[in-house]
Design a protein around this ligand. Sequence first.
Ligand code: R5P
Length: 259
Amino acid sequence: MDWGMKNRFSRILNSKTGRCLMLAVDHGYFQGPTTGLENLGKMVNPILPYSDALMITRGALRTWIPAETDKPVVLRMSGGQSILKELSNEIITTSVQDAIRVNASAITCSVYVGGEYEKETIGNLAHLVNEGEHYGIPVLAVTAVGKEMVRDARYLGLACRICVEIGARMVKTYYCENFEKVVEACGKVPVVIAGGKKIEEKAALEMASNAIRSGAVGVDMGRNVFQSENPVGMIRAVRAIVHENVSVSEAYKIYQSRS
Ligand code: R5P
């Protein structure tokens, strides 16, 4: 790994724990004003200090996040569809030059394995990997799951392994039973989990804890943080799980505290 690639990676993965708590707020690229992110800056800026990295689009970054932030940016580079149409019909919307211009520490796009536009989305990832390797920017591949796909270790292992083989430096996927098999399918490539739809806080903390214990290096969570009644408490609780290995009940107490 070249110096620039290593340097960018080290901004995302905490040097002490080797883990990562990423805050995902890129939902608007196909969902519009997602619940909790209608005023993205008002929601994100108070919880950002507790995260290690921010996953976001270039438009949202420029509109709502102060350029003085010290948080590394994982820039969403794909889009082109909306919730009203076929979700896998993505293109690359952002140039690597613009990613460099906003000082992105990593770039990301979704891959829809088994989806209608499977080949095109794998092509999008390949394009980003070629560009990212050229400029020393790590690529995070997101395994997006269509409604018709079963989120089990067999499917997610297949999707993640394809991303690794195409050259992703990091993979984001969903937690499932036998998650160790998904992690194993990725070899040395670090895996983080998405939170998915909002669920009860304790269940979300349990999911994060199980993922870490099964070998995930972290969590790239969105709705389970910003749609929580106590977003600061929730991100602090998830952080304690990721970086301090606290139990779920300890983490839940952190969530409940308002300090
Ligand atoms: C899709 O909208 C994005 O890739 C999100 O960043 C991802 O789904 C993680 O957010 P959540 O935890 O809300 O699923």
